[in-house]
Design a protein around this ligand. Sequence first.
Ligand SMILES: *[C@@H]1O[C@H](CO)[C@@H](O)[C@H](O)[C@H]1NC(C)=O
Ligand SMILES: *[C@@H]1O[C@H](CO)[C@@H](O)[C@H](O)[C@H]1NC(C)=O
Ligand SMILES: *[C@@H]1O[C@H](CO)[C@@H](O)[C@H](O)[C@H]1NC(C)=O
Ligand SMILES: *[C@@H]1O[C@H](CO)[C@@H](O)[C@H](O)[C@H]1NC(C)=O
Length: 446
Amino acid sequence: MSQKWIRKKTRLPLAALLIVLLATFVILYNERSIIEQIHHHTDHEQNLIEASRFTYVKPNVHANTEVLDRFSRCNATNEYSGKKIEWVDPNEDPGQESDIVVVKEEECDVFSGKWVFDNSSYPLHKESECPYMSDQLACQKHGRLDLDYQYWRWQPHACNLKRWNVRQVWEKLRGKRLMFVGDSLNRGQWISMVCLLQSVIPRDKQSMSPNAHLTVFRAEDYNATVEFMWAPLLVESNSDDPVNHRLDQRIIRPDSVLKHASKWQHADILIFNTYLWWRQGPVKLQWSSEEKGSCEEVKGGEGMEMAMNAWGEWIANNVDPKTKRVFFVTMSPTHQRSREWNPGSEGNCYGEKKPIEEESYWGSASDIPTMRMVKRVLNRLGPKVSVINITQLSEYRKDGHPSVYRKFWEPLTQDRLDKPELYSDCIHWCVPGVPDVWNQLLFHFL
Ligand SMILES: *[C@@H]1O[C@H](CO)[C@@H](O)[C@H](O)[C@H]1NC(C)=O
Ligand SMILES: *[C@@H]1O[C@H](CO)[C@@H](O)[C@H](O)[C@H]1NC(C)=O
Ligand SMILES: *[C@@H]1O[C@H](CO)[C@@H](O)[C@H](O)[C@H]1NC(C)=O
Ligand SMILES: *[C@@H]1O[C@H](CO)[C@@H](O)[C@H](O)[C@H]1NC(C)=O
């Protein structure tokens, strides 16, 4: 009896312990799930907040809005409304994440390599023999005496570039329109291309239209054109006048490339670029749906993302890669601070005579987040656009800029003449020179 009692007595705390444990477990479990619910809930709400901060606008729909020009003004600048560009690639696999990187199996990465001095096959053309040479880029004509910058060949690590062959390029262009669209860097590449190509065309069988929004070089016998269209921000803007475009206030129509696309849509091969114009402070937005003169303001980089998306939407919906080739040329590097490659120095590209040898050198002006954004847009366009990734290879070429050896439009004061670094152009590139190699890369993929 007493034994039983004792046993019962000992069993009781055991059962109690079990109950307590169970209860604790239940409570803990419930609490965890409550905490989870709270977390889940806040995440969800966070997403809702994120989503509601932005309104998505389908670009390239308002064909008849008033066109921006250099007289356009903002009557009022409101706070950024949170509008973003939304676009859907009609051929995009809906099950596929949009930012999955599709890496095509290439036999060789031609953008990874080094510069090799080669004065037997370079330059590919002569500055003085090109009637279309630009005074902005004719460095030899403007007094540059060190000419090594013309003699460098780009040598990919794992293969060779296709050898430049003018006749072969013309055969590829026969009956076609090749069009460059972008800013002055892209114009430099176009001039390089025209200079490279014109040498084999008899003078009376070639022509160049006057400088305009769209400038056209024509080769009669090939029934082909090599054209340049000034559109430094890709989307419509108040800077679309190829001559009079220096403005203190940049206004863009972030949701429309239609004005420009009406001219580029018939080209067979398109080469786009945009970058440096977005690096000069904030830009004003005039949405197509808003009243004339009503603006918003965003940072340059945000404006560029909108422009890339409006452009991407057009490409996605209008380009069939079987009949139209589209290329995008990545950011062209600048060499404005010599301390970046030569610590302790205070200059820029002025006086530089040799490329940078340090493998993977990357200057601070080539913005990496911008590059990532560009990559996202291009990946999304898949086979519709090929990238000509000039950034790394041009980073090495601190010697390739005109510096003081070009025509300057504004008069040079004695002050500036005494300090050449102050007016050196370390943005554009001498021709012959680096842009010839960009064209060689283009030829490689044509
Ligand atoms: C090429 O460069 C080398 C070394 O600088 C020089 O000796 C040679 O004369 C040059 N050849 C030509 C064709 O300019
Ligand atoms: C010249 O090329 C254009 C396309 O750019 C084509 O429409 C036209 O038929 C061609 N003309 C000749 C004579 O081949
Ligand atoms: C903004 O200014 C332009 C002239 O610059 C004028 O035509 C337009 O009506 C103005 N819009 C508003 C909303 O005030
Ligand atoms: C261009 O090349 C650099 C490395 O050289 C890379 O970081 C970048 O992502 C490339 N850009 C694109 C758009 O592919």
